[in-house]
Design a protein around this ligand. Sequence first.
Ligand SMILES: CC(=O)[C@@H](O)[C@H](O)COP(=O)(O)O
Ligand SMILES: NCC(=O)COP(=O)(O)O
Length: 239
Amino acid sequence: MLNLGVNIDHVATVRQARMAAKPEPLEAAMLAEKAGAWGITAHLREDRRHMQDADLALLAKQVRRLNMEMAVTDEMVRIALELRPHSSCLVPEKRQELTTEGGLDVAGQLEKVGRAVETLKAAGIVVSLFIDPDLAQLDAAAKAGADYVELHTGTYSNTAGAARAAELERLKKAAEYAHKLGIRVNAGHGIDYENIDGILEVPHLCELNIGHSIVGRAIMVGMEQAVREMIELMKPYRF
Ligand SMILES: CC(=O)[C@@H](O)[C@H](O)COP(=O)(O)O
Ligand SMILES: NCC(=O)COP(=O)(O)O
């Protein structure tokens, strides 16, 4: 069964556009769960451009499974230890980025990432590392003790033709390699209603984390229908 994690960051983007009280991420999360979402993902960025600390505190209390996306910083580890989400996904962050631009460099900062993984796991939090589909990064993720890796599908999503086909092969090889290492595999970033069919060819996937395309669709048809449509597209997954 391939699960859907709905990232509700951009519900908060709409709210923050006016620094208003609505739309509320929690209401979106409830509707997503009602429509069948397995988990809810929320990214508390250092610059708080969308999700706010109060959002994460509410979500941690009220949703079935909160996946807190966070940079590998003392501040975010402290907040995660306070909130105790179901899982934390460690991601790279640059203040000037429009959105996440690539995977976390675990291999280049193994001791720092390993310490964060150990601290979070000791608090009972499932830990995922958001990485490129790169075998050296997978080896490092195994050394860091991660429960999951989330393969960055941004390059796949942002390319077409032969480049997309080549990236899809990288994703398939990385998923097979992670499986051999005994690490469970998720995937996410830029997946939408049109490009998801290729992602369904990647073996051993546990969960897809999808946000921007679902929130965009929800503006047209509502969150429940947007989530149901994505779950319907995921049904042919047969690994
Ligand atoms: C790590 C990832 O790919 C996304 O989940 C991340 O949340 C993207 O950042 P924004 O949500 O700020 O676009
Ligand atoms: N980690 C990926 C995620 O949570 C959603 O990314 P996107 O679908 O908003 O690009």
